[in-house]
Design a protein around this ligand. Structure first.
Ligand code: NDP
Length: 313
């Protein structure tokens, strides 16, 4: 079985930065790209808060730069998903795409988080037929059409604002009487003439014969003002937050109640010795690209120290 020193799982800013640091420290590192190569930033538009880019940078381009940088310093990136990992003894044994296996002395989990859905059966029914969790990926298909974005956070505002430049009209379906998004994002949404915010509103279902043609909504759910109504839409975009990608760990690493990896100390070390976590998978608080990159560097430095201690033990 192939044996490496450090396995990095995930290819967002955390994974690539960890790979850069490991490779530069002469740690034999292999990084698996995971479910969404390049991570969440490949699905966003211009990033204005990643330092070093005074005019902003496209999310996809930033991730390509990180990938090249990691490869230039000797990091090895492979396509594939770590479907299973045995952390009960060292070296750890990872299974890739349910078939190949490799052994690693240390692991950095940088699997990020995935878009959340409402859990309506219609989301499945219309998957790829009008339901999407990525406006920048699919917005193109809704030029001059009518779309809805669910959620009231920064992501929802960003998606709505992006779609407002393509679509004829954008509804935002917000369950509270206010937006949770930052003031800057709210301003951007309010400035768009073709965005209409439906406050106090939840989605009950979707309808349409050939793809999404509308949504069944309820206003003031479960109150005496409750009112059901429909809107005609061509696309339904989810922007209601993310779930950390920790299911493959199968309970071997301590998680918090939301499923994020717990970091019990002041380093990136998890509850399992030799296993480290970086980026959004262990960060329910900040969830920023620059923070993910920073914790990726920390995790790699932790691994370097761990491996050195093992050698001298
Ligand atoms: P958030 O958790 O901030 O917001 C989620 C939104 O979805 C909330 O309005 C929430 O409503 C709503 N929601 C959640 N579950 C449901 C449900 N079942 N039905 C209806 N609505 C629901 O997630 P975001 O993805 O927006 O942001 C995550 C983090 O990333 C934040 O820290 C954010 O600031 C950051 N971010 C920053 C950006 C930037 O600075 N450019 C861009 C995008 C994200 P409720 O308010 O009622 O809970």
């Amino acid at each position: 079985m192939e044996h490496i020193q450090c396995l990095i799982i995930g290819s967002g800013p955390a994974g690539y930065t960890a790979s850069i640091y490991c490779a530069r420290a002469n740690v034999k590192v292999v990084q698996y790209a995971g479910i969404l190569p390049g991570g969440q930033l490949t699905q966003t538009t211009t990033i204005e808060n990643y330092p070093g880019f005074p005019d902003g940078v496209e999310g996809f381009d930033l991730m390509e730069l990180m990938r090249k940088q990691a490869e230039n310093v000797g990091g090895e990136l492979r396509q594939g998903i770590v479907t299973k990992i045995d952390l009960s003894h060292r070296p750890f044994v990872a299974t890739i795409d349910d078939k190949d296996q490799l052994e690693a002395d240390a692991v950095i989990v940088a699997t990020g988080a995935s878009a959340r859905y409402l859990g309506l059966p219609d989301e499945q029914k219309y998957a790829g037929m009008g339901v999407s969790a990525c406006a920048t990926c699919d917005g193109f298909f809704y030029r001059k059409k009518v779309v809805a974005v669910v959620g009231g956070g920064d992501t929802a505002c960003e998606e709505a604002s992006y779609l407002s430049h393509l679509a004829k009209k954008v509804y935002m379906i917000v369950r509270k009487p206010y937006l949770r998004a930052s003031a800057a994002m709210q301003e951007r949404v309010n400035a768009a003439e073709n965005i209409e915010i439906l406050y106090n509103t939840n989605t009950v279902g979707l309808f349409g014969d050939n793809g999404v043609e509308g949504a069944h909504l309820v206003r003031f759910k479960d109150t005496d003002k409750q009112e059901f109504y429909d809107i005609a839409i061509d696309g339904f975009f989810l922007a209601i937050g993310h779930t950390p990608n920790t299911a493959f760990l199968d309970g071997q690493v301590a998680l918090d109640e939301q499923g994020y990896i717990k970091l019990p100390g002041t380093t990136q070390a998890t509850s399992v010795e030799g296993v480290y976590a970086a980026g959004d998978v262990a960060d329910p608080r900040y969830r920023q690209a620059v923070v993910a990159a920073g914790t990726g560097a920390c995790a790699a430095l932790d691994v370097e120290k761990f491996l050195a201690n093992q050698r001298h033990a």
